[in-house]
Design a binder for this molecule. Structure first.
Ligand code: DX5
Ligand code: ZN
Length: 219
């Protein structure tokens, strides 16, 4: 299997022992860390935000992969840049206007962050194509965004393959990331279909044998 990037999502980690959780991820060999930001509008839940990231970022060398599930991402780009985000991924569904989507990507780049766009499971892959040339990452949601611990939607595999085909055709340097319901089985299928990054939440943080289960993801 080709080398895959694992981005552990701390959404369902043990917050009382956050330092230990980050240590565990790092010791297992992860190089990224995924932060799920929810505003209670774009998705029904409210989770962590830029101030949380700002407190945690200086204490880890892991790449801060920040997924903002917020209704008006343009408003928050500067705060997340200042907080230490390295990859900043917003949702395609937030704006109807292509101009605003491009503006958001450009603003992310203006702060020297990598720009990503995420698609909900029901959003057509074709909708991302006009922005591909400007992006560093596309995040395919393999569950409905808003909470961890849901079942992987198998049709995500076709979506990943479709996107990969287009990226290869245009010879672009874009990472395909997949988020939701990833475990050793669904993760392997995503990588076979063309994924470069696996965002993994409950499979890792609910595991009784973290190191071993982590290894299963990358083998
Ligand atoms: C869901 C979040 C995910 C979530 C994944 O909206 O974007 O990153 O933490 O959790 P699992 O791996 O449990 O599906
Ligand atoms: Zn996420």
């Amino acid at each position: 299997m080709k080398k895959v990037i694992i981005s552990p999502s701390i959404l369902n980690c043990d917050y009382l022992h956050l330092a230990n959780e980050i240590e565990k991820i790092t010791a297992a060999g992860a190089s990224w860390m995924h932060f799920d930001v929810m505003d209670g509008h774009f998705v029904p839940n409210i989770s962590i935000g830029n101030l949380f990231l700002e407190k945690v970022a200086p204490h880890t060398k892991l790449v801060k992969d920040v997924h903002i599930m917020v209704r008006d991402p343009l408003k928050f780009i500067e705060q997340f840049a200042k907080a230490g985000a390295e990859y900043l991924t917003f949702h395609l569904e937030t704006y109807r206007s292509a101009q605003k989507i491009k503006e958001t990507i450009d603003l992310i780049h203006s702060y020297n962050m990598k720009a990503g766009i995420s698609l909900k499971p029901h959003t057509k892959i074709e909708k991302i194509l006009p922005y591909l040339d400007r992006l560093d990452l596309v995040l395919i949601m393999s569950v409905n965004p808003g909470q961890g611990g849901q079942l992987f939607l198998p049709e995500s595999l076709i979506r990943i393959a479709k996107l990969k085909k287009e990226i290869n055709k245009r010879q672009l340097n874009i990472l395909i990331s997949v988020d939701g319901g990833i475990n050793e089985h669904t993760g392997a299928k995503c990588v076979e279909s063309g994924a470069d990054v696996l965002v993994v939440g409950s499979y890792l943080f609910k595991s009784n044998d973290f190191e071993n289960d982590y290894r299963k993801l990358i083998k």
